[in-house]
Design a protein around this ligand. Structure first.
Ligand code: HEC
Ligand code: HEC
Length: 213
């Protein structure tokens, strides 16, 4: 009971802090990465060369991979980032020993099994998912070029030993990937839908999983 009360107290303090922190991020809210919807696989039919087509398809899929909703959880350091501008997580959380958060301040202290709306604050909601945790260090994407993210994603020594087929399943069905398109009030979603995104990943694999230069 006392623990639960403490957690709620932390969150309400945060909600107040968020009023201040969110002023910047919300300004960029309407903007997603680049203009327009996510292209469909068929939009790449005109690229005759298979390798070139594969690279172009990954470039398009990378508009999702590098979107704040994804990359905030795939940071360069062991600290997640927040918002549309990828600012350091408030409060600073360092998940050095466990992706579930430091002892005594697990991610789940504040991130519940579902997004939680907040009334009366600039922070419209606290994101949540039953599987909420930080991507492992080997899966850090922030600061990488698209070509480097591509290499990371298909490198079984860094991607959780996933085959190409596993990658398609992960992008199409994973809970945290899916969360990105249902991120709670006050957060933008990546372009397109999870289905379109997973279809792009499947087409990328089918064309040889080539990485952009
Ligand atoms: C003390 C409470 C607290 C803890 C502990 C905490 N978070 Fe958060 N986190 C928040 C709040 C509140 C927000 C929403 C902030 C906002 O929208 O401005 C947030 C937002 C985020 C976001 C940004 C989502 C987005 O795309 O905008 C990520 C990523 C995140 N947290 C990851 C984590 C991870 C991973 C852990 C554990 C290693 C963790 N958090 C631990 C309170 C916490
Ligand atoms: C709340 C944090 C969080 C969010 C949001 C998130 N991820 Fe992840 N991601 C993780 C964690 C944790 C793992 C490791 C899971 C595992 O290995 O089973 C991971 C692993 C992955 C992998 C495995 C392969 C690799 O090399 O990285 C891919 C691909 C991936 N995420 C893509 C995405 C995409 C695309 C999005 C957005 C649409 C996204 N993630 C959003 C936390 C997150």
């Amino acid at each position: 009971m006392a623990m639960r009360f403490a957690a709620i107290a932390i969150v309400s303090v945060l909600a107040t802090a968020g009023t201040f922190v969110l002023v910047g991020p919300l300004r960029g809210y309407a903007e997603t990465s680049g203009a327009g919807a996510l292209k469909a696989v068929s939009d790449f039919d005109t690229i005759v060369d298979t390798r070139a087509r594969s690279k172009a398809i990954f470039e398009e899929a990378s508009r999702v991979l590098t979107h704040p909703r994804c990359i905030n959880c795939h940071p360069a350091t062991r600290s997640p980032t927040q918002g549309e501008d990828k600012h350091p997580h408030v409060p600073l959380v360092i998940a050095s020993n466990s992706s579930l958060g430091p002892l005594g301040l697990a991610c789940s202290t504040c991130h519940g099994p579902e997004n939680r709306p907040i009334v009366g604050s600039r922070m419209k909601s606290i994101p949540g998912n039953a599987h909420w945790s930080l991507a492992p260090a080997s899966m850090a994407w922030q600061g990488l070029k698209v070509s480097e993210i591509c290499q990371q994603v298909k490198d079984t020594s860094r991607n959780g030993n996933r085959s190409h087929a596993d990658l398609i399943t992960h992008m199409g069905e994973d809970h945290l990937v899916g969360w990105a398109w249902h991120p709670g009030e006050g957060r933008s979603a990546p372009p397109g839908s999870q289905e379109t995104f997973a279809a792009l990943v499947a087409a990328w694999v089918k064309t040889g999983a080539e990485c952009p230069d």
